[in-house]
Design a protein around this ligand. Structure first.
Ligand SMILES: Cc1cc2nc3c(=O)[nH]c(=O)nc-3n(C[C@H](O)[C@H](O)[C@H](O)COP(=O)(O)O)c2cc1C
Length: 198
């Protein structure tokens, strides 16, 4: 698919069928995620790949307690056969930027924003575009603080790694319920684009 076509069609999918996703697709998605630009070429984003109902079930058991499932607005999200969690490692960036070619020893106020999160976000975006290019649907979503410890424990994720988000991948179900977020009209192009000065 042409990039412009992928971008034109890009919408989050929150209702998936149980149709499996080929290992080849999962590998391509992660391989492309690794092609993302990386601050200082640190390349420290890591990926927890959960493929198949056994693995994804363990994720949902840790992050969405059964007591809360009745109210969960997106039950079809739990059918996604693939979940990829993007993990940032701040320490790796601090070490990389302390290397001689960077030489950033006083790191207190060095980064304009935490680049380890930026890199993980870029990687997650390339993963989503690759999924869409392969005719699959996807959703980027967060793992929220109250479930973080359970998530870490379920998958043995060390404290040094922060899950910036997860991308669910699968075949979109025929009917997608609209997210209420889409009811926001949002700012116009001219509202947010400042040409020449603010
Ligand atoms: C950083 C980030 C976090 C998000 N977290 C969630 C989430 O936890 N649950 C969810 O359903 N959608 C989540 N979304 C998806 C947004 O709601 C969605 O992108 C937005 O409503 C626009 O819809 P569209 O992507 O289909 O155009 C997230 C998106 C981003 C960029």
């Amino acid at each position: 698919m042409e990039l412009q076509e992928v971008l034109r069609r890009r919408r989050m999918t929150r209702n998936f069928t149980r149709e499996p996703v080929a290992a080849e697709d999962v590998d391509a998605i992660v391989a492309n995620a690794r092609r993302a630009p990386s601050a200082g070429n640190t390349r420290a984003t890591e990926f927890l790949v959960l493929h198949g109902p056994g693995a994804t079930q363990r994720f949902w058991d840790a992050t969405l307690p059964t007591s809360k499932r009745g109210d969960f607005p997106w039950p079809g999200l739990l059918e996604a056969p693939v979940l990829i969690v993007f993990l940032a490692n701040e320490t790796a960036y601090r070490e990389r930027y302390a290397e001689p070619d960077k030489g950033v020893t006083d790191q207190a106020d060095f980064w304009p924003v935490p680049y380890w999160y930026v890199d993980a976000g870029f990687a997650a975006m390339l993963a989503q575009l690759t999924a869409l290019d392969r005719g699959l649907g996807c959703l980027f979503f967060g793992i929220f603080p109250p479930r973080l410890a359970a998530f870490r424990e379920a998958f043995g994720v060390p404290d040094a790694y922060v899950p910036v988000g997860a991308v669910a991948v699968g075949h979109p179900a025929a009917v997608q319920r609209r997210s209420r977020s889409l009811d926001r009209s949002g700012a116009s192009f001219e509202d947010v684009v400042h040409r020449g000065s603010w």
